[in-house]
Ligand binder design. Structure first.
Ligand SMILES: Nc1c(C(=O)O)ncn1[C@@H]1O[C@H](COP(=O)(O)O)[C@@H](O)[C@H]1O
Length: 159
């Protein structure tokens, strides 16, 4: 049973959200990937959020762009942690996605990350950090991952 639900408003978000999937892969965290849109597939969105806890998901990473309501709608329907990743949009460069993901009313939290690939990657790392609180082996893998990242940064700008 996957621990993380990785969902996106449209298949067009997948090239960016893939960064989260790659990071979860690197840390050996199980996940499922689905296109779920609060706007275009509201029944699927409702069923997904309502069924998430029962199916064993521990948290949901939701990516959406433009009028990005997906993460907020998920958060309204389940108390599982929802991590929102705003997608870059053509018209407003993702500012619309960022604001509509982050500006939740009190009582319904969405942990909102940076726009685009960095946000996708960091959402996966944050998910890993939460899961590592109750998983000693994952905790060690996460520490190793961070150390590898540190080791890969050269002191000289010329490498
Ligand atoms: N923001 C949402 C939601 C939602 O919030 O439910 N559903 C789709 N979308 C977004 O619409 C953008 C354009 O989608 P298309 O590329 O399919 O036209 C995508 O970034 C998607 O996340």
């Amino acid at each position: 049973m996957p621990q993380v639900g990785l969902i996106m408003g449209s298949a067009s978000d997948w090239p960016v959200l893939k960064k989260a999937a790659e990071t979860l892969d690197a840390l050996k965290i199980s996940y499922e990937v689905k296109v779920v849109s609060a706007h275009r597939t509201p029944d699927r969105a409702f069923a997904y959020a309502r069924g998430a806890e029962g199916r064993g998901l521990k948290l949901i990473i939701a990516a959406a762009g433009g009028a990005a309501h997906l993460a907020g709608v998920m958060a309204g329907l389940t108390h599982l942690p929802v991590l929102g990743v705003p997608m870059e949009s053509k018209a407003l460069k993702g500012m619309d996605s960022l604001l509509s993901t982050v500006q939740m009313p009190g009582g319904i939290p969405v942990a909102t990350f940076a726009i685009g690939e960095a946000g996708a990657k960091n959402a996966a790392l944050f998910a890993a950090a939460m899961l590592a609180l109750s998983d000693a082996e994952l905790n060690q893998r996460l520490k190793d991952w961070r150390q590898k990242q540190t080791d890969s940064v050269p002191e000289s700008p010329e490498g």
